[in-house]
Design a binder for this molecule. Sequence first.
Ligand code: AMP
Length: 420
Amino acid sequence: MPDESGLWQHIERTAAGLFADFGFKEIRIPLMERTELFARSIGEDTDIVEKEMYTLSDRGGGQITLRPEATASVVRAYLQNKLYAAEPLQKVYTIGPMFRRERPQKGRYRQFYQINVEVLGSASALVDAQLIFMLMQLMDRLEVGDVSVHLNSLGCPDCRPAYREALLGYIDGRVDVLCGDCRRRRQNNPLRVLDCKVPDCRKAMDTAPAMGDHLCEACRTHFKTCRAVLEQLDVLFEIDNRLVRGLDYYTRTTFEIQTSALGAQSAVAGGGRYDGLMAALGGPPLPATGFAIGLDRLVEIVAQSVPGAADSHQRLPDLFVAALGPQSQQHACLWIAQLADKGVWAEMDFEDRSLKSQMKRADRLGAAWTLIVGERELAEGALVLRNMLTKQQQPVPLETVVPALLEQLRTDAAGHPDST
Ligand code: AMP
């Protein structure tokens, strides 16, 4: 809504500015892709692909899907445009709507917004740490305090199969108490049983084997480096053995930013490494890592944690022109254009209403100044400028009205740094 968009823009600008400070460039990706891309990259056995995609038949044959997330499209664009040929390391971000047919509730929508960040072409644990640091830096710049980092490692195709077996053995001893979804997941995607939200399943998985105890030497070193760098960067984190992505493409570092400010929807952002995805999509076997922030949720948290955040990012008019009569209105229209050209926002009333109702509107809009012009002022060659705060009035010559207004408004802004 128009009253809220100022805060959205502030958050988007803050994010874009921060990402640029870390050398990221924006990439703009399509809203639709071939269904197959999402099925292959997100995974056939996930809730998204099984139940939540908005898929339609293309007239030319085939199926297309409204994007449920951005990573698949970013990777597709990177591969299709062979961005890796000149420079394998690409750092990109994108902001926009995603579509999932979920059960709508507060913080969970069918069209929601994400800020996505991806680093393609590097396997380094330093990149993972840098991404998490950057994400927390964004929370800092937005003055959001109530967030914590949850961190895990998912291992790699070398060490995960043995872990999977250990986990399956554990699950098999508890199948009776698991929910229907988890029994099904047990077959295709046992890691997902770890992050089921059903209380009985959570309890049953409390003492499940942890991936962290099954990492191979290379994965252990990778995870250790990531944690050490986070500590050097003063990023606090918790190890969370239940943080899984559950697909073969996702490897090693995985993380989530959680808050207690949002009730049930506690995840503000999530991400991790997907070293196997490029190869799975038919590209060269290049590693990658990234994260997605839920923008709707972030806006909600900023609005909650920073008092007046929503209002403070609304611009107010610098001036209201109360014009009485058609001739004055035409003058007003011209001055408004000339002022806008100089970066000053002036408003007017296009209906021929009384001075009293125009003054009321000026107040309602929060204009700092009102210029009053009617037939008498035009005839006398002097208009009235009213300071809406002090109620003081001063004359302004008709001949030089625009430069005089600019001068007065600039002096005012210089004298009161908060007043614009
Ligand atoms: P995911 O792509 O599922 O890892 O989600 C990344 C982030 O997007 C989550 O942490 C949420 O903040 C946000 N998100 C995911 N699904 C929704 C939704 N349906 N409505 C609002 N935000 C969402």
